[in-house]
Design a protein around this ligand. Structure first.
Ligand SMILES: [Zn+2]
Length: 212
């Protein structure tokens, strides 16, 4: 690799299409810290570089302008069968999470969480085949990133927001994925993650999306 790692990362900026500032900022900020091996562009879904006007390599329809296909939810740089999780699946995950907390008297759910965070998932997500992917590297989130997402982003920050909005803020913020570009929640932005549906566990290993 002769190029600098930040240049070779999955989401290439294109001179014609200015990428959303969040995307490029995330790629830049995180690259220097981690990922000595830059994410290979040879990822399964050949990235339609400047997405606009390009056909989706998976379904053939117009990809749209995001990091995922607007029709089939295939995600730039991830295996073909991995899709950005739909809004319905995300909300089903929240309901399942609540159910699991009740059924396991919280403690079971908490222990379960601490274990599966290392695989980039949570109890509810695990049962629905969902996983968190770290945007800067296109591999699944590790334990530390999940702790940042779940504990700092979802628990600590939301508790503070709740305090200052008399409990209303979090109710609204849970719907944030409806209007953000990558279906991200506030805690996804904190941890720089997206949530994908990975029915075949193709992202179970940290290196699966980036063949060495
Ligand atoms: Zn598609």
């Amino acid at each position: 690799m002769s190029e600098s790692p930040s240049e070779a990362s999955g989401a290439q900026p294109d001179p014609n299409t200015p990428p959303p500032e969040a995307e490029s900022a995330a790629t830049r900020s995180a690259d220097g810290v981690r990922a000595p091996e830059a994410p290979a562009p040879a990822a399964p879904v050949a990235s339609p570089q400047s997405s606009a006007g390009r056909p989706c390599p998976v379904c053939g329809r117009d990809w749209g302008s995001g990091i995922y296909c607007q029709f089939c939810n295939a995600v730039d740089g991830l295996p073909r069968d991995v899709r950005l999780a739909t809004v319905g699946r995300r909300f089903a995950g929240y309901l399942l999470e609540i159910l699991l907390i009740i059924v396991t008297l919280f403690i079971g759910w908490a222990i379960w969480s601490l274990i599966v965070w290392s695989r980039g998932t949570t109890p509810g997500k695990q049962l629905l085949g969902m996983r968190c992917v770290y945007l800067a590297t296109s591999v699944r989130a590790g334990w530390g990133r999940m702790a940042l997402r779940e504990f700092v982003g979802k628990f600590l920050i939301m508790s503070v927001i709740s305090l200052f909005t008399f409990g209303i803020g979090p109710l609204i913020l849970y719907f944030m994925l409806l209007w953000t570009k990558k279906r991200q929640e506030l805690w996804d932005m904190v941890a720089d993650t997206i949530v994908v549906h990975d029915p075949r566990n193709e992202l179970a290993s940290r290196s699966s999306a980036v063949p060495a």
